[in-house]
Design a binder for this molecule. Structure first.
Ligand SMILES: [Zn+2]
Length: 354
């Protein structure tokens, strides 16, 4: 759509569905017509942009890099480079959005009072534009303040819990509360409105995804690839015949091998591919030459993990100055995340013994 305050604002393609829905809903007999529907759609998403800009501008002032604001049919998302640094940063960034929405509602209500426009009854599809503007923004502010990830209120709650707990424990508590709230929303929705069920599912999944991402970040966020890789893995020479590797494969638990040719790193091959090949075939012929490699000093969380998620074989060769120095598999990262789990809190027995 363009840039506001240096932040790119983009619209997701699925937004087209919402345009059609609004045009249709406002074309019903007795409604204000498709043009009025689309005008209202533009207004409400302008309010969503203001809400997201408030998050983004505060985030940038506190040192975060803001990539863009993405508008989805269910609302807006501010894409930040990393999680907010300190609990007070997270609190300020999270609260800015609902405050901006509440400010629009407040200004609208003041204007309505001055102009003698009635604000009741609450109606988001008909009624005066000013009254709809006030109620829409009030609902956005209120809904986002529910203490459930990935909503703003969930972040406010975590920032508050972090005053006494570490990031991981605070996130676990906040995510648990978020999931309870999501289930309550969905159950209420079954009795009241099916939209609440959809929102409940969205909040439930969001809470779990946020929890997982935060735990990974808290445990391996500061590590490089070399901290988790398998050091000096077994490598295979590109011209070796697969028929000569039977005994070799039985003697090692390693199931995937970097391949080296005359020019250095030449791809990756799995034990299954070697097993399935005819004995006269070379390793190079059953290897994947496009398998990615990564440098040992690359960031584990921000560079290697996204590459691993894209990698068909689930492994990256670690290459330094043309030489294979390591192997990073998904299980190596999982192992590192598990190894760095905080120690269990001492139980009653342990504290009695002290
Ligand atoms: Zn928000």
């Amino acid at each position: 759509l363009g840039k506001v305050a240096g932040i790119e604002i983009r619209v997701h393609a699925s937004f087209a569905i919402l345009v059609v829905l609004f045009a249709l809903a406002f074309s019903q007999p007795g409604a204000a017509g498709p043009l009025a529907g689309l005008t209202w759609l533009v207004i409400i998403f302008s309010c969503v942009v203001v809400h997201e800009l408030a998050h983004s501008i505060v985030a940038r002032r506190r040192g975060a890099v803001v990539h863009e604001i993405l508008l989805l049919p269910i609302g807006g998302v501010s894409k930040l480079e990393q999680l907010p640094g300190t609990p007070s940063d997270e609190f300020a960034i999270a609260i800015a959005g609902p405050l901006a929405s509440a400010a629009i509602a407040g200004a609208g209500a003041a204007l309505a009072t001055a102009m003698g426009v009635r604000l009741l009854p609450v109606d988001l599809l008909s009624g005066s534009l000013l009254s709809r503007l006030v109620w829409f923004n009030l609902i956005v502010a209120g809904f986002n303040l529910l203490p459930a990830f990935p909503l703003d209120g969930g972040r406010v709650l975590r920032a508050w819990l972090e005053r006494r707990l570490d990031l991981e424990t605070a996130t676990r508590h906040a995510a648990r509360i978020g999931r309870w709230l999501a289930v309550s929303l969905a159950v209420t929705g079954l009795l009241v409105d099916v939209w609440l069920v959809v929102i409940g599912v969205f909040v439930y999944l969001g809470a779990s995804a946020e929890e997982a991402a935060t735990i990974v970040h808290a445990r391996i966020g500061r590590l490089d690839v070399r901290d988790a890789m398998l050091v000096e893995p077994l490598v295979l020479e590109a011209r070796t015949r697969t028929g000569d590797l039977g005994t070799f494969l039985r003697r090692t638990p390693q199931r995937i091998f970097p391949v080296i040719g005359a020019q250095g790193y030449a791809g990756m091959v799995t034990a299954d591919a070697i097993d399935g090949a005819a004995p006269a075939v070379c390793v190079a012929d059953v290897a994947d030459p496009d398998a990615l490699s990564v440098a040992p000093d690359a960031s584990l969380e921000h560079e290697a993990v996204p590459m691993l998620q894209e990698s068909p074989c689930g492994a990256l060769a670690v290459v330094d100055a043309g030489r294979v120095v390591g192997l990073l598999r998904i299980e190596d990262v999982v192992h590192e995340v598990e190894r760095r789990a905080p120690a269990e809190e001492p139980g009653r027995g342990a504290s009695a013994a002290q």
